[in-house]
Design a binder for this molecule. Structure first.
Ligand SMILES: [Zn+2]
Length: 380
């Protein structure tokens, strides 16, 4: 028996890569319809592609309860956050059509159960706050009152915004195998990559076979840098400063939940499904405002047994250019003081770029700054 090249890679979460794509059913027009929000649609597409393996549909009560309470599915596998579909009422029939925001049918759901949930409890346990100033909590509070659970079959997938970057888990796994990679580190981002993150991705890359730069392209807050500008920044940076045959740029279709530590676990498990053996977790991963401590998204990995997640987190500090070291560094590796470090606040950087000024090369690559400056010009 021959061993497939992809067998060298980490196994998907639960052992098998789920595929919930399928044929459009003949009786579609006779089914009750449920309209999905943007977040639910991105969850649906990730179920279809296997990015959320082993989930085959929206969670039932037993999975939901155990995930919210204990960060595990009913079957004992680790899991970070609920993946649930909110509805107003129990639908008629045992199958429903799921439709997008334009009313176009995209999937069928075989109804397992409909159950009540407590929004404040879900907020407290998954977001660690019940304040509706938190964008993830606000979205949760705006949801419909019941959860509809069941296996899905997706026959219409959304048109990807960046078709050449739209790689499903089976695709990234194939690319990794073709390139002969076994150990791959995944990097999640929803910001342009400046020197600090360039440095930590490269430090990680020094120890593995390949790097998956996996920017989130789903729904984000309106004050985040627009996704097309970010993608232009990634392309520019990778073309100029990374070895082409050691890096893969691909889009991560998830919507942000801003759940900090819980989302870090969820992000890591998703990247395991894409074939990553390692995952970068910086400070304030997936956080928002002051809701999470700087290291909460790293500490939460200790709540699992060693190797229970299988994918290995790589923890990083904030990094910076140190004038005395003459290199990028972090407080883990540099003994010098704050005065020796090049530090610019996010506000200061936005100000400079808005005025057409290129920040110092110790902070960002000039080519990346230029992409951002051009974007700010168009915005005006
Ligand atoms: Zn130093």
């Amino acid at each position: 028996m021959t061993v497939a090249a992809t067998d060298r890679l980490i196994a998907p979460h639960g052992g098998t890569l789920v595929d919930r794509t399928g044929e459009r059913p003949d009786d579609l027009d006779s089914l009750a319809r449920v309209e999905l929000t943007a977040r639910e649609l991105s969850d649906l597409d990730m179920i279809a592609s296997g990015a959320l393996s082993p989930l085959e549909g929206f969670m039932g009560r037993s999975d939901y309860e155990r995930v919210v309470e204990e960060m595990h599915l009913e079957n004992g596998l680790p899991w970070g956050m609920p993946v649930a579909l909110a509805v107003d009422e129990a639908p008629a029939g045992d199958r429903v059509a799921l439709v997008d925001e334009d009313g176009k049918p995209v999937a069928v759901l075989d109804v397992d159960e409909v159950f009540e949930y407590d929004k404040e409890r879900e907020a407290e346990l998954t977001f660690r706050t019940t304040e509706d100033a938190h964008p993830g909590v606000a979205r949760l509070y705006a949801q419909k009152p019941l959860y509809l659970a069941g296996r899905v079959t997706v026959f219409e997938r959304p048109e990807p915004r960046f078709p050449e970057l739209a790689l499903d888990p089976a695709d990234t796994r194939r690319v990794f195998a073709e390139r002969g990679w076994k150990r791959i580190v995944g990097f999640q981002t929803r910001n342009p990559i400046h020197r600090a993150h360039e440095y930590l991705t490269k430090v990680a890359l020094e120890t593995v076979d390949g790097l998956l730069v996996h920017p989130l392209v789903g729904e984000t807050k309106s004050d985040d840098v627009p996704v097309d500008v970010r993608v232009a920044c990634y392309r520019t940076l990778l073309a100029g400063y990374y070895p082409e045959d050691r890096v893969l740029l691909s889009a991560f279709p998830a919507a942000m939940r801003y759940a900090g530590p819980r989302e870090a676990i969820w992000h890591a498990i998703c990247r395991k499904n894409y074939g990553c053996s390692h995952f970068i977790v910086g400070r304030d991963h997936a956080g928002v405002g002051d809701y999470y401590g700087s290291y909460d998204a790293q500490l939460i990995f200790d709540e699992f047994e060693p190797h229970e997640l299988d994918i290995e987190p790589m923890f990083f500090e904030h990094t910076f250019w140190c004038n005395v070291c003459g290199s990028m560094a972090s407080t883990k590796s540099c003994p010098h003081g704050a005065d020796d470090r090049v530090f610019l606040s996010g506000t200061k950087v936005r100000e400079m770029l808005g005025e057409g000024q290129v920040p110092p090369v110790e902070f960002t690559r000039e080519e990346v700054a230029q992409v951002l400056i051009d974007a700010y010009k168009v915005e005006r």
